[in-house]
Ligand binder design. Structure first.
Ligand SMILES: Cc1cc2nc3c(=O)[nH]c(=O)nc-3n(C[C@H](O)[C@H](O)[C@H](O)COP(=O)(O)OP(=O)(O)OC[C@H]3O[C@@H](n4cnc5c(N)ncnc54)[C@H](O)[C@@H]3O)c2cc1C
Length: 431
């Protein structure tokens, strides 16, 4: 995805975009069922928090106001009941927790919402409150804040879905950074029917030339006056060579480590700290009659999936799609994912959704299943500190850019990385 914002910010230059797949956008994947659009991967973004950010969307021809989701944007299923608007002070008060735990949780939510005001923006070179990166979110909640384990478990679906692993695995810094936005009353969620794929479409529409699809970069090496790429055209048998003044390698580091020859200055071991989770998304399609309690619906204590989004009723259409997100934290779930065949996985997800909403199974006509291998970079304790202080984002004329360069798996991280890479390319080429 981050190649699209990078190319967009370099659209006044001669830019060639190579994309391995037959479509752009990576995990920003659109889905469709009988005319009903749904997000098959990345779904929502935060309403732009500054005038500059808002202008960025508008310049692309996008209207974030029209994309604002209806309240409540979040709901949580916990101990047999739905709690709408679960991250607001009012929602938190509905949680079945003891008075001491609730009091501490309310204070944490209030402090986090206030911290958002002073926090360094995405893309910053340093780590604000770096000490939080030393321990896990679970340690922070239970040892630093004295909250009981049941509060940690409340955040488990959120962490798995948004950060790729549970509260015991993700760094407190990453967990709190994400939760800050949820607890903040000024943050609003926005989503297009096909999810963040709409953003990719807008970025591509604004490029002078479309990407070259099915062009797989298989090697990158420095050249006398720039960079040489080896590329496989999916339709041809022989690879070909491309030379460029500079290259923005906007692929996950699990791929970059295989493409960069040692002459670039990088070695495969430089990338070892990058870890990833996998993801399964199941689109349950049919005459879905249920009403969702919120836009994003989190389900605590359910191991098959973490959350779901239900498409709104669309102009007289009686078909809808329940998009179920089933993150697969490493390493245990990844093993299972590789072993289990798709129909079994789809059946397990449908059965779990039917337990939550009895009768749903009878309404489902089709299940579309999507698997993302290296879906999200996992910010485990210490990773972000290492990333900011030790990992060089570029060497020579090769710039590495992707959401994982930010260390956080969100659409804003991919955009910020694309913008940064474009700026760096201009500096390198003295444009
Ligand atoms: C299921 C799911 C749901 C998500 N939901 C949200 C959400 O609702 N909100 C949010 O903010 N974030 C969400 N995210 C996270 C966020 O969308 C991603 O972190 C971000 O979009 C990743 O962008 P990227 O550019 O780093 O990587 P990718 O999207 O993975 O893009 C990499 C691109 O590189 C191409 N490529 C790879 N190798 C090569 C090669 N050798 N040659 C040429 N091209 C190559 C790929 O085909 C792909 O197009 C979600 C992620 C997943 C997996």
């Amino acid at each position: 995805m981050s190649r699209s914002p990078a190319a967009y910010h370099l659209r006044d230059r001669q830019v060639v975009v190579l994309e391995a797949e037959g479509h752009a956008g990576g995990v920003c994947l659109p889905g469709s069922y009988q005319g009903v659009s749904y997000p098959a991967g990345s779904a929502y973004f935060y309403y732009p928090w500054s005038a500059e950010w808002l202008k960025w969307y508008r310049d692309l021809g996008l209207d974030p106001d029209a994309a604002l989701v209806a309240d409540p944007s979040n709901a949580l299923f916990f101990r047999g009941a739905w709690i709408p608007d679960c991250f607001s002070q009012q929602g938190l008060k509905c949680l079945p927790l003891g008075p001491a735990a609730l009091d501490k949780l309310l204070r944490l939510a209030e402090e986090l919402a206030a911290w958002e005001e002073e926090w360094e923006p995405l893309g910053s070179e340093t780590l604000h409150q770096a000490e939080w990166d030393r321990y896990s979110l679970q340690e922070y909640l239970e040892k630093v804040r004295g909250l009981p384990g049941e509060v940690t478990r409340l955040f488990a679906p959120y962490c798995a879905s948004c950060l790729g692993a549970g509260p015991e695995e993700v760094s407190a810094w990453a967990g709190l950074y994400f939760l800050m936005s949820e607890f903040s009353p000024s943050t609003r969620t926005a989503a297009f029917p096909e999810g963040n794929a709409r953003l990719i479409g807008a970025l591509l529409d604004n490029l002078p030339a479309p990407p070259r699809f099915r062009q797989v970069v298989v090697g990158v090496r420095p050249a006398w006056d720039g960079v040489r790429l080896m590329v496989m055209d999916a339709a041809a048998r022989e690879p070909y060579c491309l030379e460029a003044g500079a290259v923005i390698l906007a692929v996950g580091k699990f791929t970059a480590r295989k493409l960069l020859v040692p002459e670039t200055g990088w070695n495969p071991s430089d990338f070892e700290p990058f870890r990833y989770s996998s993801y399964v998304v199941a689109a349950l399609c049919g005459h879905v009659s249920l009403e969702a309690p919120g836009y994003e619906n989190w389900v605590a204590e359910e191991e098959t999936f973490s959350d779901f989004i239900l498409t709104p009723r669309q102009g007289g259409h009686d078909r809808r799609v329940m998009v179920v997100f089933a993150p697969q934290p490493p390493p245990r779930e990844r093993q299972r994912l590789l072993k289990e065949d798709p129909p079994t996985r789809a059946g397990r997800i449908l059965a779990a959704a039917d337990r939550l909403f009895p009768g749903l199974k009878g309404e489902i006509e089709e299940i579309h299943l999507y698997r993302f291998g290296h879906a999200q970079v996992v910010a485990y304790p210490g990773f972000l500190t290492w990333l900011k202080s030790r990992f060089p984002p570029s060497k020579g004329r090769i710039i590495l850019s992707s959401a994982d360069s930010e260390g956080l798996p969100c659409i804003e991280a991919a955009i910020v990385q694309g913008q940064k890479a474009a700026r760096q390319a201009r500096e390198l080429l003295r444009l």
